[in-house]
Design a protein around this ligand. Structure first.
Ligand SMILES: [Zn+2]
Length: 334
């Protein structure tokens, strides 16, 4: 609450002038929203993912009504558990569908955030041809345009960046994606979420971002659970980066609880993000295939954390405070 009541006075020729600090905000499908309205937030979920590849994807590969029918019960289920905001992490060329997101927003009454950026994981299968030939500046220009003018003519602005790398030492094209993300961040203040996995790639990204003048707290190490050496979580968190333990839809809850407990013991709970990476309607499968719900955090993880002595304020830190801090749109220079 301190943030909201703080006032800054500056001296001028006319005496003291009151400067009201701008309240931190995000962009949802419905436009600009104060972060204080985010409430319980799931920072990494999916409604639809199409793995057909950038060369074959098109919006007519799925029927929106069918997708909505499939997704809605799961959204309402998690809304009933108090979740108010969901970040849809499906990037462009993997099924990011603004019309679908708009319908889901309206029908669920939840806050949905979408993303800009390109996903370079899975051997570049989801990169459009120009990602290979553009300079970092040209790529950034495309993403900045979405952030400033809206996505695909809808006027809807992305709430964050979602890019992806393959998890090993960064290749040239991956470095280009990171550089483009850095330039986009400096121009827009959007947080950079990179599908990453192993620590080696996370630390290389943090270093490259620093070289570009971007502070580590603008970077989310997505799928950190993919790293076996768990002490690297604390290392990254101490550097200021966000450690995203986001596979809660897929089991392993006691281990997740252990890792989060260790981060708390190391005073790093304020750098941890959690989510399910669950969902989703897959157009390649009959009726979209099997759908994973967004509830294990509430049914499995939180009880496991409570057994370790986590209090309500710790859970709120993970589900409310940290998402607000991680995704508030602001430039974070080194
Ligand atoms: Zn995901």
């Amino acid at each position: 609450m301190k943030m909201l009541t703080r006032r800054t006075f500056i001296k001028s020729g006319l005496g003291l002038i009151l400067i009201k600090p701008k309240k931190p905000y995000v962009f949802t499908l419905n436009g600009k929203m104060k972060t204080s309205h985010m409430g319980k937030t799931l920072i990494h979920e999916h409604f639809l993912v199409d793995f057909i590849g950038a060369d074959k994807i098109s919006f007519d590969r799925w029927n929106r009504d069918e997708v909505v029918q499939k997704v809605m019960p799961y959204l309402l289920e998690v809304k009933a558990l108090g979740v108010k905001t969901i970040l849809d992490c499906t990037p462009s060329f993997l099924g990011r569908d603004m019309a679908l997101l708009k319908i889901l927003t309206e029908k669920s009454g939840m806050n949905i955030l979408t993303n800009t950026g390109y996903y370079g994981a899975v051997g570049y299968k989801f990169l459009p041809p120009w990602a290979f030939t553009d300079t970092p500046e040209q790529l950034a220009e495309r993403w900045i345009d979405e952030a400033k003018n809206g996505i695909e003519g809808t006027g809807v602005k992305p709430g964050f960046m979602k890019i992806g790398v393959n998890g090993a030492s960064l290749t040239d094209i991956e470095q280009k994606l990171i550089k483009a993300a850095a330039l986009t961040h400096l121009a827009t203040g959007l947080t950079i979420c990179t599908h990453t996995g192993p620590a080696i790639s996370a630390f290389e990204q943090i270093e490259l971002l620093k070289k570009m003048g971007v502070a580590p707290n603008a970077f989310v190490w997505v799928h950190a659970q993919g790293e076996a050496k768990k002490h690297t979580y604390t290392q990254a968190a101490k550097m200021g980066a966000w450690v995203s333990l986001d596979g809660m839809g897929w089991g392993d809850w006691d281990n997740y609880a252990n890792w989060i407990d260790i981060l708390k013991d190391n005073n790093c709970l304020h750098r941890v993000l959690i989510s399910h990476d669950a969902g989703w309607f897959d157009p390649a499968k009959p009726s979209g295939g099997e759908f994973k719900g967004y509830t294990p955090i509430f049914e499995k993880l939180i009880p496991a954390l409570e057994k370790k002595g986590f209090m309500a304020k710790d859970i709120d830190q993970l589900l409310i405070k940290n998402p607000q801090e991680a995704f508030a749109i602001r430039v974070r220079k080194l």
